[in-house]
Structure formats: structure tokens, C-alpha cells
Ligand binder design. Structure first.
Ligand code: ZN
Length: 501
């Protein structure tokens, strides 16, 4: 029996209204698509939280035995400044400001995004397709939408016909919006002389102007694919017309994801997604985090403590842990106190991780049946909480309970012989797995000592070489200087070993 049969995952259904058992189309394969960043500036904390959410989804599903294909795109063209089919491309605008090629902007911020992923221990996706790498496929989908009567061309741009779509389908079902209400909200935004037949129509192909830097030849003239279109195209290409999970930030629900659904159906495909997952927003001291309010910080500012609202900086794993203390559907509220508390909690867990990693099972002596039962229940509970719509805060609470048990073995409050070998091994394996594989929390202190090991190995080799060359001055100098910082070298038959005083 696979772990996913034993601990079936419950998530919200495609409209996010009812929690139900997660059933992939072709188990054990799972298709997961997440809207990636538009690479025109540094990834912000909201991005990080969103991608962390799906890192956890991926990690847990894989741990349960599913075989996940995780596709997360890079938007490198087509995302316009005001998100509403008007204005300049975000990347081009930046390129003009910095007076470099748009693709230099793309490369620079893609590199930066990957670096942030690495620092926070996010796994790289299975496929990371770019919009510019899929222009042909996007042109094909636009053509299909036109052929099916859901798209129309005006002056070299192609728009999606929402009214036509509305005759048979429900535009707005994901976000729960009614087209009539949208009219009220967008009336102010409707510029005079719009090419659109209907205010809610959206561009799937946009004619290029003479000044447009990135543009491609199409049946409708030189132009650029629409931002919403790229996700429909890339998800279909790599995951099929219908796939299991589509993720993104809450702000993408409308219009981006609503448009994706319409496009896929309009192109003759199916309702594309079985389960939509949207991560919630960030707040700072209870107020929405936003650039314009001056209370938004970048990941690197949070690490360095380089912001007027921060007392000091926090390590990447503390930040990762802090973000996981909220379930993805809830907001995360940043405050100095909450971050400090997270740091303490994270240290408590990594301390238990270090202790349990070094412990070995011993032959059972006088058994404590109650303790055995509690430990086994806690191990089960970790799965129950994660399987409940990826409830990381409750999972962390159970890890704390388990850490208490580990500590009580470490300080001999309970002898290890009071539980059976099987229970001990299960506790050890489950705790380590949930910390490192499922939640992706690395032991940073250990990380440091690994590096120290490398450096020490290098110095020991240098010293051995000096001794071989009878360079006693250098070999003594290395030993004495290490001694001065509290590291002792013990020379033995098989070389030297170091010891921290
Ligand atoms: Zn998208």
C-alpha cells in the first residue's frame, strides 16, 4: 500500500469551495503547474511565500509516493505594466530604464530568482519553460481560439470574446465574480477608443508598435503574446489539456486564472484544472504588505535586517520556518516579535533533529507502553495534519511534541530502552523526514560545521605537505594559530584530526 493510500490528501475542489479527497487523473502521476515570476525585478517576499507553498505541496506529494511533474514558468515577455492590456511590457520598461537589452533584464532577474530559491532551499521545478520559448505554440492557440469563434482580430491584436464565451460557459466561476459586477469595477479603467467589443474581453495577442523591442511574426502581423495565454499554452504542452493542480498567489485568481480557464476551453480543450490552490497574502504588523506603503521588504533585506521596520536580520531557514507557521490559505503577519519567536522555535526543532540523528535504538528493557503509544500517535498525526490541505502550522505543532519526547530521551528522563526498537526507529525516521524532506528545513548550524570540516581538511593537508617538505616553521605556525582560535590538532598514525576546545 502506498503512503498516499494510507494517508489520503484532502484539498479543496477546483472552485475552492469544498474539501475533498485529492484524486489525480493518472495516479501515481501528478501534474502541478505554478505561475512563475515575471522577471523584471527582484523576487519579493510574496513571491517567495507563494513558491514555498508549492515547494511544500510538491515535497509532500512526492514523499507520499506520487510522481510529480512540477512546471513553473518564467514570464519573460507579454506582462504589461498595468495588467489590463494597455501600457508597456514590464520587462521592456525596465530595459529602457537600465538602457540594456530586454533579455539582459530577463537573465539578470532569472539568475536572482534562482539564487533566492537556493538560499531558501526551494527545489527547482521539473520544467521551467519561458514564454519566449513558446511563441509558436502561443500563436497556434490564438488561432484555435479564433477558429472556434472565441477570438477576434482588430488592428493586428486578437481579443478573447467573453460575451461569446458567456453564452455557453461561466466566465468568473473561479473568482466568484459576475461579469455585470466587473463592469462597475472597470468602468473607470475603460479608456476611450478601446478596440475591444466588450469591456471584459482580454488580449491574447497584442500588435507591436514600432518601438516594441520584443516582437514576433504572426498571421496578424508583428506582435506579442498575451500574458494570460502563455500559462494556458505551457501547462497544456507539458501537463495535458487537463491536469491536477494549478497554483499561484491569490492576486492571480482574477483575471489571470479566470482567463486561463476561458482560453483552454475556447481553444477546444477542457476545463483545464482539477484543483486550484491559491496562497494568501502577507501583512506587516497587521497591515497589507505593499511597496507603496513602504512596508514591503525583499528576502535579502529580511536576511540582512536592512529595513526600517526590522530590529535585525534572520537566517533563511528561520524565515522559511516562520512562513510555514501559517497555512497557505491564511495570511502571514510579519513582526519583529513573531520573527524572534520563530527563530527560537526553529532552533528548538533543529536541536532535537541533531539529538535524534545521533541516537541509536537500544534493546528494549522495561517497556513504557503509554509512551510507545504516544510516539506512534504523534508520527501518525504528522501525516494527518499534512494530508489536511497541507496544514503546516499544525504539522509543526506536532513536531514540537515529538521534539519534547526526543529531549526527554536525550536527558535520560526516559531511558531509550523504555520503547521498542521499531518505535524508536519510526520516531527517528519520521522526525528527520518531516523536518528535512517534507518541510525542507535544513540545519543551518550543521551546514556551518560542514564547511568548517572542509576548511580544516584543507589546513590539515597543507600542514602535512609542509611537514613532508620539512618546513617545520609553517607546520608549527598552522598548529599554533589554530590553537589560538581554540582548535587543537591531534597528530596520529593515520594523519591529524582536529578538535574544538
Ligand atoms: Zn500564470
Amino acid at each position: 500500500m502506498a503512503l498516499y493510500d494510507q494517508y489520503p490528501v484532502e484539498v479543496f475542489n477546483s472552485l475552492g469551495k469544498k474539501k475533498e479527497k485529492f484524486e489525480p487523473l493518472n495516479p501515481p502521476r501528478v501534474g502541478l503547474y505554478v505561475c512563475g515570476p515575471t522577471v523584471y525585478n527582484e523576487a519579493h517576499l510574496g513571491n517567495l511565500r507563494s513558491f514555498l507553498t508549492f515547494d511544500i505541496v510538491w515535497r509532500y506529494l512526492e514523499h507520499l509516493g506520487y510522481n510529480v511533474r512540477y512546471v513553473r514558468n518564467i514570464t519573460d515577455v507579454g506582462h504589461l505594466v498595468n495588467d489590463a492590456d494597455e501600457g508597456e511590457d514590464k520587462i521592456e520598461k525596465r530595459a529602457r530604464l537600465e538602457q540594456i537589452e530586454p533579455m539582459e533584464i530577463v537573465q539578470k532577474y532569472t539568475n536572482g530568482f534562482h539564487a533566492v530559491n537556493k538560499v531558501f532551499n526551494l527545489k527547482e521545478p521539473s520544467i521551467e519553460p519561458t514564454a519566449t520559448g513558446h511563441i509558436m505554440e502561443q500563436i497556434e492557440m490564438v488561432q484555435k481560439i479564433i477558429d472556434n469563434g472565441y477570438g477576434y482580430e482588430v488592428n493586428g491584436s486578437v481579443y478573447f470574446d467573453v460575451q461569446k464565451f458567456q453564452e455557453k460557459y461561466d466566465y468568473g466561476k473561479l473568482s466568484g465574480r459576475k461579469v455585470e459586477d466587473l463592469l462597475e469595477q472597470t468602468r473607470d479603467n475603460l479608456a476611450g477608443g478601446s478596440e475591444k467589443k466588450f469591456f471584459a474581453d482580454f488580449a491574447i495577442w497584442k500588435a507591436a508598435s514600432e518601438n516594441t523591442l520584443m516582437k514576433w511574426k504572426s498571421p496578424w502581423g508583428m506582435g506579442v503574446p498575451g500574458w494570460h495565454l502563455e500559462c494556458s499554452v505551457m501547462s497544456t504542452k507539458y501537463l495535458g489539456e487537463q491536469f491536477d493542480i494549478h497554483g499561484g498567489g491569490m492576486d492571480l485568481k482574477f483575471p489571470h486564472h479566470e482567463c486561463e480557464i476561458a482560453q483552454n476551453i475556447g481553444a477546444g480543450g477542457e476545463d483545464p484544472v482539477r484543483y486550484w490552490m491559491h496562497g494568501n497574502m502577507l501583512t506587516v504588523n497587521g497591515t497589507k504588505m505593499s511597496k507603496s506603503l513602504g512596508n514591503a521588504f525583499l528576502p535579502r533585506e529580511l536576511i540582512a535586517g536592512d529595513h526600517k521596520l526590522l530590529d535585525r536580520g534572520y537566517s533563511p531557514m528561520t524565515i522559511r520556518f516562520f512562513l510555514l507557521q501559517a497555512q497557505y490559505r491564511s495570511t502571514v503577519d510579519f513582526s519583529n516579535d513573531a520573527l524572534k519567536a520563530a527563530e527560537k522555535g526553529y532552533k528548538r526543532l533543529t536541536n532535537a533533529l541533531r539529538l535524534v540523528s545521533k541516537m541509536e535504538a537500544v534493546e528494549a528493557g522495561t517497556m513504557n507502553a503509554e509512551l510507545e503509544k504516544e510516539i506512534n500517535q504523534l508520527c501518525d498525526q504528522l501525516y494527518i495534519e499534512m494530508s489536511d490541505d497541507f496544514n503546516t502550522p499544525k504539522t509543526i505543532a506536532v513536531l514540537f511534541d515529538l521534539a519534547n519526547k526526543i529531549n526527554s530521551f536525550a536527558d535520560n528522563h526516559f531511558p531509550l530502552s523504555s520503547i521498542g526498537v521499531e518505535t524508536f526507529n519510526r520516531m527517528k525516521k519520521t522526525f528527520i523526514t518531516f523536518m528535512t524532506e517534507v518541510l525542507g528545513l535544513l540545519d543551518e548550524a550543521e551546514d556551518g560545521s560542514d564547511k568548517l570540516d572542509d576548511v580544516m581538511q584543507m589546513l590539515i593537508e597543507m600542514r602535512a605537505e609542509a611537514r613532508a617538505n620539512k618546513n617545520w616553521d609553517l607546520s608549527d605556525e598552522i598548529r599554533d594559530k589554530l590553537n589560538a582560535v581554540g582548535i587543537v590538532l591531534n597528530d596520529g598514525k593515520d594523519g591529524s584530526e582536529y578538535q574544538i576546545k
